[in-house]
Design a protein around this ligand. Structure first.
Ligand SMILES: Nc1ncnc2c1ncn2[C@@H]1O[C@H](COP(=O)(O)OP(=O)(O)OP(=O)(O)O)[C@@H](O)[C@H]1O
Length: 412
């Protein structure tokens, strides 16, 4: 668990942020440009010092406390990837990747290091770059090397500040899946900053909203996105909900998949390439849900789920009303015409049917919560959590004096 209260004055900007981050899973910092997200990451990484406050990771004080501690960046054992890759210019790509890896003292350890390096190089698609120097890489290539170096260093926590900016679509998607999978398999927390709501949808378990130097709300991402009061801050996400579900069955004749939502409820959507039993996260857009008082007949809408209206926000001057429905114990946002709301007599506590078209949902709306596609190599939990005392240095090592680099040369 990471917990902090950090205060820092930066010119006219005041940061005063408090947050608790659980021991595992991905927490996304989300907020407009200039709200203080990078400053928070830099303070956690030890690249900046707060004016006052505290920062503890797994009970160890890294900043503040009774003795006003400040553990330097390179001793924090954090994996950091910022927007600029910051590779060591005097090491080759291979040297950069090996930099933070634990020293191999036995042939077995050497073999383990080799196979982890090989997995990472394959995943990142940088086989042909290993002998190049950082000055000979494109921006996207350097970013991939920086991500690999951070992950290979066996950090206690990963700090990712827009790590996928500049990557092409396919590579971005692949790495995104890798980060999501990694987050679910390793026992270290990840703090992730991104402006891209699709990235956050794919990887974030929790959302912390940053506004003008403060963390104004935080919680499980599905709960946060279904809160109408937070809509002004979460507005860049398309209004909707994240539900957890399970793949129940496939119908190969009609190319449909049935997802179980709990409480005996299920919905159908286009066939997913996932095995039965897979737990998934499903995104339902508010605009894709219609409301009926009874289960309609003679309709193309095949998903009619019993729901109870929990909240209604209907304001004069707006054409639509926002609803929060309870479906199988999960909160689901829906958007209907205000006029329809009045004509149907919708009110809090009323039982209705939520109608969802099976074609409104597609593959990208469904993210696996279990192990991802089995052909993507992954560093397993045991490998990552078996951190060696000397295994450190990722981008934070840049904070060290250049001649320190010699004492922490790439692991063999
Ligand atoms: N060295 C500095 N001196 C004075 N003000 C600074 C300094 N660095 C950043 N700021 C200001 O601090 C505020 C927060 O900056 P920060 O980079 O943390 O925002 P951000 O949320 O990460 O933004 P973005 O999403 O655009 O990356 C901004 O108003 C910025 O102008």
């Amino acid at each position: 668990m990471l917990d902090f209260h950090l205060h820092r004055q930066q010119g006219a900007f005041t940061l005063d942020a408090t947050l608790k981050v659980p021991a595992r899973g991905v927490t996304a910092l989300f907020g407009r440009s200039g709200s203080g997200k990078t400053t928070i990451l830099r303070l956690i990484a030890g690249l900046e010092r707060p004016d006052h406050g505290h920062l503890r990771l797994d009970g160890e004080c890294l900043t503040g406390g009774e003795n006003d501690i400040f553990v330097p960046a390179h001793r924090r054992r954090l994996g950091v990837v910022f927007q600029e890759p910051r590779l060591f210019p005097h090491y080759s790509v291979r040297g950069n990747l090996r930099y933070g890896m634990p020293r191999a003292l036995t042939p077995a350890q050497r073999q383990q290091n080799q196979s982890r390096l090989h997995e990472m190089v394959t995943l990142l698609g940088i086989e042909d770059l290993l002998s190049r120097m950082p000055g000979q890489l494109s921006g996207g290539e350097a970013r991939r090397v920086a991500i690999g170096r951070a992950l290979l260093s066996r950090p206690r926590m990963l700090l990712l500040d827009e790590p996928l900016t500049g990557l092409d679509g396919a590579r971005k998607q692949e790495l995104l899946h890798y980060i999501a999978r990694l987050a679910r398999e390793i026992e270290i927390p990840i703090l992730f900053v991104s402006h891209d709501t699709r990235e956050l949808f794919a990887v974030a378990d929790r959302l912390a909203l940053v506004d003008n130097g403060r963390i104004t709300a935080s919680g499980e991402i599905g709960d946060m996105l279904s809160r109408l009061d937070l809509a002004p801050q979460t507005g860049r996400f398309e209004a909707g909900s994240l539900l957890t579900a399970e793949v129940l069955s496939h119908d190969d004749d009609w190319q449909l998949t049935r997802l179980g939502l709990g409480a005996g409820l299920s919905l159908k959507l286009a066939r997913l390439a996932m095995p039965v039993g897979r737990r998934v996260r499903l995104r339902l857009r508010a605009r894709d849900i219609s409301i009926a008082l009874e289960t309609p007949t003679h309709t193309s809408l095949r998903n009619a789920l019993p729901a109870v209206i929990h909240e209604i926000e209907s304001e004069r001057g707006h054409a639509s009303a926002e609803l929060v429905l309870g479906i199988a114990g999960q909160r689901v946002r829906a958007r209907v015409d205000r006029l329809v709301c009045q004509e149907l007599g919708l009110k809090v506590g009323l039982g209705v049917k939520a109608l969802i078209s099976s074609v409104a949902l597609s593959g990208p709306d469904v993210i696996s919560l279990d192990a991802m596609d089995d052909d993507i190599p992954v560093v397993n939990a045991a490998q990552l959590s078996a951190a060696q005392p000397n295994a450190t240095q990722t981008d934070t090592a840049q904070a060290k004096a250049p001649n320190d680099a010699g004492s922490a040369s790439p692991a063999s």
